[in-house]
Design a protein around this ligand. Structure first.
Ligand SMILES: [Zn+2]
Length: 168
């Protein structure tokens, strides 16, 4: 975006939010040259980053595609379509929050995994096994164990215990 004050082309996004009605994204930007702030409005379709596939090719963001993947993982689980849409909404919010032109498909995959982890263990495992491609049952069990632990303290923000320094 061109800075309206000095014409510089680079800025950083300091805040992103949906405008009233939700059909546009309102962004506060800060010029990297003169530090002044200005607001832009972008249509939803234009505001979403392009998705960089693993092979390096670019693809338009596709809400339905993400929704399909999540629905598949949630099939026959006690999860409503409304909940699925909420998950997609959260992922979209995070994506827009980044304010980037391009986001990797990996980022999208792990964002979905994180959301499903909070939503439903079975859906999470299903999605993760496709997305991460658990190679063997051992890995799968470890993941289950890790989930058991995090379920015990779902919102715990405990500091990670200091690792024993063991260099050599
Ligand atoms: Zn400027």
């Amino acid at each position: 975006m061109r800075c309206p004050f000095c014409g510089h082309m680079e800025d950083k996004v300091v805040d992103s939010r949906h405008s009233k009605g939700g059909e546009a994204i309102r962004r506060r930007r800060e010029c990297l040259h003169c530090d002044r702030r200005f607001t832009t409005y972008e249509h939803i379709e234009e505001a979403f980053p392009q998705i960089v596939k693993q092979a390096g090719s670019l693809e338009d963001y596709d809400r339905q595609k993400i929704r399909r993947g999540i629905r598949l993982a949630c099939s026959k689980r006690p999860i409503s379509l409304e909940q699925i849409d909420q998950v997609v909404d959260r992922i979209e919010e995070q994506m827009l929050e980044l304010g980037l032109r391009e986001v990797s498909s990996d980022w999208v995959g792990s964002a979905i995994t994180t959301q499903l982890r909070h939503l439903d263990p079975v859906a999470y495992i299903r999605f993760a096994s496709v997305y991460r491609g658990f190679s063997d049952i051992e890995e799968f069990l470890q993941e289950l164990k890790a989930m058991g632990r995090s379920d015990a303290h779902p919102e715990a923000d405990a500091p990670t215990p200091p690792d024993e320094e063991d260099e050599g």
